[in-house]
Design a protein around this ligand. Structure first.
Ligand SMILES: [Zn+2]
Ligand SMILES: [Zn+2]
Length: 969
């Protein structure tokens, strides 16, 4: 006997019970340990931020990780799945700053001290919200939380140190002055990809664009007109740049003479107001001197270094402005040009964006405030030609939302330019899903990537592991042991400030060398996860294998990673750079990229907008399987953005899940009623056995066409789902499963209802039905289990004596080719088409289906005898007609015609069917068992159908009188 099934199932509650069962019986652990250690499928989890709260985005990214982990486990691989936490960097520092009520970076050093600040950060990251586990359980994700790696653990940090050293020794890390985006609040450079990850990191503002006048040395009332959007750095404009290929003009206007690019002359307004004096080639302007607006630093300029001079620049365009641009150190191209032409570099902002004390008149001003003050001063001095406003998109700090600016920073960089050719090559080996990201967004961001600034002038992070001596020599340790040996000190913590107290003796000159002050960008840590999560290459044991340190090729590059589109320029990118730099390899073999789930109004989900249903409530109401079916079956898995929809979520319960549940309920109810039990191999051998079921006497029996059909369809389903999951396409897999479950319910079970139960007499056919249905249900459970792990577990465990569907093997393709009868699949399509047209014809002529009709005529081009023999009965039963006649007319499309002549006999039969339906309804009301006989009183019935009524409605006695149905006891 199977456990009886409730038709009123509460999936969310059922899922909770299953979670408890899994935990109690360690099913997840068994799913790993039951697979061989030498056959692995490796997965690398992208760590979420430890202080973040679970949201639809984090739930979504968990789903493919879980699906493919389960899938490859069933295919016989050992799939280690360990959670990770990211916990270094600005987000934590900002939170601690707020908690300690610190207003600026200076306060960290001067008010609380680095030690206390870092201790607070440690404390902060060690309080991990228990919400994560609740959500992860509820969505059915199997992952090892207990052994989660943490980026702030000393082991993890040691591996990061090792990664840095590998890159450094291969020559891919350098220190230099380069322009980066810079946050004056956090007082640190910010990676451009950190900003680009989110559209909210940009703001559209109205900015002044100013055309400045720079007087040419030695020429009376003659000025260069130069254009700029940043008045604050006019204080340190040490050069102007022209494009040597452009044609410039000298123009007279209102008694002054201006030089600007000819193609930008509209800047001067109406033609009548100016007169062109001469044309000059850009290259002829190069080397000319101008009078600076501010020159407080002129005594600092070294001999032989250029200052206040016109330099050439190919980057100067004529699209905006005047074809002459101001050059200061606060721009990437500016600094490059200054270096190339040996121009004096002057920096006038302190690390919090204020103008340095040495700058007369503007000292102490925040740089944005200086914008106005500088333009006012220059207006007074007659050095501004005109000011216009223009919309302008500016980047904001992703952490504190302060407006960023470009600043020259002496920092550590990964030489991405040198790595690029390799990185493009290794990208060719990565299997991207969806495919277009490979040549699209990822390749593009690779091609445009600047060198990667990997140092931060902050406190809470892995140290830049470089000890510098004043003689210029550097010591870069790749392990704690190496550092201990060099310093003679025991190292237990790699964090600031302890690490800064560690000094080493310079090998070159014997002096004391100190560590550089910076910490590493936390993306270096995220990008080192492949190695650091296992504390590679250091020798210690891995709890999941129980063995010592694994070999690199056992886990790198990992088989699979998955995150959302925002990580294309972030985590995927940094993994790829590090994998390339260290091993010249791609950093992952397969990657799936999901889209973003937006709020119901198409905006980003936000508590303020109240534009999304609470995920906890949703999970409590509809459960995890429904969420999985919803998201894994949606375009978000093809990298597209979707709007969250409770309706779509809910629909998964009503459609796929309840349909499957009802079929399962039907099967269990009747199997129990008929006392049917699976034979030992029913589940294990899938459907092989039921092809030619033998009765007790060992005689092979004719198969029912329906059984043969559903088993063929099942064989096709196996192939479709396997192909789809091999290709990382959950949408296609779910489509196939959904269609199958529908066909199974609305055709196979519907047409098989009369084959089982007390009124069915053909025992062999009954047996065939149960065997078939059993094989289908257990196989569908397996195929669906990676996607909907709960419902399939419940069904599978009731149908088999196995511990878990997730410990079973993936259904293999049948060895017998005849199992999949393609011809039959095609024919059944035709049958269902006839039925569809027949039902439509009945509706059109208002002939209810309960009324039997004499015949249906079907125009059918290529009818064959076998088809008629096997499948005609299905048409007769479903359409309730006595006869189907195929006309051999060659019709383009199939058409049907009903014979609507109703004889007295047909009327009587229709009445009998109607009576059976009425009695069945009444039986349900008084809750009889399916095999329980009842006493029925009826006003009248067609006498020739008395036994028909008795058989089909389980009636013992039929009496004349007012209609009623009574139990016998
Ligand atoms: Zn900031
Ligand atoms: Zn030295």
């Amino acid at each position: 006997m199977f456990k009886s099934v409730s038709p009123k199932v509460e999936f969310a509650q059922l899922e909770e019970e299953i979670t408890t069962y899994w935990k109690k019986n360690k099913i997840f652990e068994k799913s790993i340990t039951s697979r061989p250690t030498d056959k692995r499928w490796t997965f690398l989890d992208g760590p979420p931020f430890v202080t973040g709260m679970p949201h639809y985005g984090s739930l979504l990214s968990s789903l493919p990780k879980d699906v493919f982990g389960r899938y490859w486990t069933m295919k016989g691989y050992r799939v280690r799945r360990v959670w990770g936490w990211d916990g270094h960097g600005l987000p934590i520092e900002n939170k601690v700053e707020n908690e300690l009520e610190l207003r600026s970076k200076r306060d960290i050093e001067e008010v609380v001290g680095v030690k206390k600040f870092v201790d607070e950060c440690k404390h902060y990251v060690n309080v991990i919200s228990s919400d994560w586990e609740w959500y992860v359980d509820r969505i059915g994700r199997w992952v090892d939380f207990k052994n989660a790696y943490k980026t702030w653990d000393v082991d993890y940090m040691e591996s990061v140190m090792w990664v840095f050293k590998q890159m450094y020794e291969k020559g891919f890390v350098y220190k230099g002055l380069r322009v980066s985006l810079y946050c004056p609040h956090c007082a640190t450079p910010i990676s451009n990809f950190e900003v680009a990850m989110d559209v909210d990191n940009y703001k559209e503002i109205q900015d002044d664009t100013t055309t400045y006048k720079y007087k040419i040395v030695g020429q009376k009332d003659t000025y260069f007109l130069a254009w700029s959007t940043t008045p604050w750095n006019k204080l340190v404009t040490t050069a102007l740049a022209v494009n040597p290929k452009f044609v410039y003009v000298k123009v007279e206007q209102n008694g002054e003479v201006y030089i600007l690019a000819k193609s930008t002359i509209k800047t001067l307004g109406d033609k009548k107001t100016y007169k062109i004096l001469e044309e000059i080639k850009g290259s002829q302007l190069v080397g000319m001197q101008f009078e600076p607006h501010y020159d407080y630093y002129k005594n600092k300029v070294k001999k032989g270094v250029k200052v206040f001079e016109i330099i050439p620049g190919d980057f100067v365009t004529a699209e905006e402005g005047t074809g002459i641009v101001t050059i200061a150190a606060y721009g990437e191209e500016d600094l490059k040009a200054m270096r190339e032409h040996n121009v004096h570099v002057e920096m006038h902002l302190d690390e919090e964006g204020h103008i340095k004390d040495e700058v007369p008149q503007f000292a102490g001003m925040y740089y944005l405030k200086a914008n106005k003050a500088v333009d006012e001063d220059l207006t007074k001095r007659g050095l501004i030609y005109k000011v216009q406003t223009q919309p302008h998109r500016v980047p904001l700090c992703w952490r504190c939302h302060t407006r960023l600016y470009y600043a020259p920073i002496d920092a550590w960089f990964v030489n991405v330019q040198e790595l690029k050719p390799l990185l493009k090559q290794t990208n060719e080996k990565v299997n991207w899903f969806p495919k277009h990201f490979k040549k699209g967004r990822f390749l593009k961001s690779l091609e445009n990537a600047p060198d990667w600034n990997i140092s931060r002038n902050r406190y809470w992070g892995s140290p830049v592991p470089v000890w510098e001596c004043e003689c210029g020599d550097r010591f870069v340790p790749g392990s704690i042991k190496e550092l201990e040996e060099a310093s003679g000190k025991k190292i237990t913590d790699l964090h600031k400030p302890e690490i800064d107290e560690v000094t080493v003796t310079c090998k070159k000159c014997g002096k004391k060398a100190h560590r550089v002050s910076e910490v590493l960008d936390s993306w270096i840590e995220a990008g080192s996860a492949s190695f650091a999560e296992r504390h590679f290459p250091f020798d210690d044991s891995d709890p999941s294998t129980g063995s010592g340190q694994e070999k690199l090729e056992d886990f790198f590059p990992p088989d699979f990673i998955s995150e959302y589109t925002g990580q294309i320029r972030a985590w995927f990118y940094v993994l790829h750079v590090i994998g390339g730099a260290i091993y010249g390899s791609q950093a992952f073999k397969n990657v799936t990229v999901t889209g973003v789930i937006l709020g119901t109004d198409g905006r980003k989900m936000s508590k303020n907008f109240k534009n999304y249903p609470d995920p906890r409530e949703m999970l409590e109401k509809y459960g995890g399987d429904a969420l999985r079916l919803y998201l894994l079956g949606s375009p978000v898995m093809h990298g597209e953005d979707i709007l969250i929809s409770e309706e779509q979520y809910k629909m998964q319960v009503r459609s796929t899940m309840l349909i499957l549940w009802n079929v399962y309920n039907f099967f269990v109810t009747y199997a129990n009623l008929d006392g049917w039990k699976p034979t030992r191999h029913s589940g294990k051998r899938d459907n092989e056995h039921s092809q030619n079921p033998k009765d007790d006497s060992g005689q092979a029996r004719m198969t029912n066409a329906l059984d043969e059909w559903i088993l063929s369809l099942l064989e096709k389903l196996k192939e479709d789902v396997t192909k789809s999951l091999d290709a990382y396409d959950t949408v296609r897999a779910i489509d196939a499963l959904r269609n199958f479950v529908n066909d199974f319910s609305t055709w196979y079970i519907r047409r098989s209802r009369d084959r089982v139960g007390p009124s069915a007499a053909d025992q062999a056919d009954k047996e065939a039905f149960y065997q078939t249905c059993y094989a289908v249900l257990t196989t569908v459970c397996k195929l669906l289990s990676p996607i909907a792990p709960f419902i399939t577990e419940e069904i599978y465990r009731n149908l088999t004596d196995e511990e878990s569907v997730h410990l079973s093997d993936w259904p293999a393709k049948s060895e017998k080719s005849e199992v999949r009868n393609e011809k039959l699949l095609e024919e059944m399509k035709q049958v269902r088409k006839v039925v569809e047209l027949g039902l439509a014809a009945r509706k059109e002529q208002q002939m209810r289906v309960k009324q039997p009709l004499a015949a249906i005529f079907v125009s059918y081009a290529e009818k064959d005898e076998e088809f008629a023999k096997k499948l005609e009965k299905l048409i007769l039963d479903e359409l309730n007609v006595k006869k189907v006649e195929f006309t051999k007319k060659k019709a383009k499309e199939m058409t049907v015609m009903l014979d609507t002549t109703i004889t007295a006999a047909l009327i009587a039969e229709g009445q009998a069917r109607e009576i059976v339906r009425k009695i069945q309804e009444e039986r349900k009301k008084i809750e009889t068992r399916l095999d329980e006989q009842v006493a029925v009183t009826l006003e009248s019935w067609p006498e020739e159908f008395a036994s028909y009524i008795k058989q089909h409605a389980m009636v013992k006695t039929l009496t004349k009188g007012e209609f009623k149905v009574e139990r016998l006891q």
